[in-house]
Design a protein around this ligand. Sequence first.
Ligand SMILES: [Ca+2]
Length: 348
Amino acid sequence: MDVRKNMGRSLRWAALLVVGAAFGTACGDRRDDPPGLSADVLEWLKGWAEPIRNEPDPVTGFPKLLRRKADGAEMILVPGGTYWMGAVPQDETALDDEKPRHRVELPSFYMDVNEITVAQFQSFVASTSYVTEVEKSEKGGYVVGKPPDMKGSYGGTWRSAPHEGDGVSSQPDHPVTQVTWNDAVAFSAWAKAELPSEAQFEYVLRGGTDGTVYPWGDALVVHPPQANLPGDELIRLYPGWKGVYAKGHEDAFPWTAPVRSFKPNTFGLYDLSGNVSEWCRDPFVMYDEDPSWAYEPEATPSRVMRGASWYSHIGRIRCSWRTQANPGFARSRWGFRCAKSLPARDAR
Ligand SMILES: [Ca+2]
């Protein structure tokens, strides 16, 4: 587990100083010389990623931005920190599974700049001949339906939509959908990365703040729109829909949008809210529950899904919203991105 609650700050800083000295990065002998990356860091990167800039992060000594070799993904080094995870006090709509609000400390970690795209997933399939779970199944993945009842249908895959305009896009720069948690784990292993933990996801979703209902404040609707959410553009297309959508919000995308269509957050990450909801690696357990049962060999826990999608009920756009899903299910509004922890000795 990378979640380190209540870690002593003094211990953390002591570790930081020791490793910082070992890497010789934070305090270069000559201020005119860029310190470069240490041999240990270059060795860690070898085989799976390369730095986009050689400039090391002064705290960890690792590059701030790197490119994954397998699929070309850009990963940003998210600085570690402490935050309040869970429902904020002013949120009267929060559900029991979002409480209690609790303090979480995270070491620095890498996070994909954008959601895994169809093109990136295509690279994975081309390299491995991987067949997704819904492609193996008879009925395929669930696809959002149309008015008047919006009843969905099955038959979707990551490659194509079963019906025109059903919200699944196979465009290369859109987020891949119709992938199960198991598919996402297989992709991550191929990419030599991992799915983010739930604590990592909420941390980056909040973007360095931890006191607001939404990443952009306490009001759902803001101008200009900050994310691809279900707004007036969707209701115009589906006027019979009775769903609880973000009335007054309007963006240009009734379904998925090309990744990076909206501004990045303060960490430099795109689409954490909106576009597609994203798989996290953790089993779903209540915050005040002993999670050990979920890690027993015979356990088959649901997995955490986080972040709003193009089709989310407004209650699911809040930062603390969390849900659980069968790791073998896929939807036209679910996707994922990868993260990667630093080596344990350097995690700070
Ligand atoms: Ca939208």
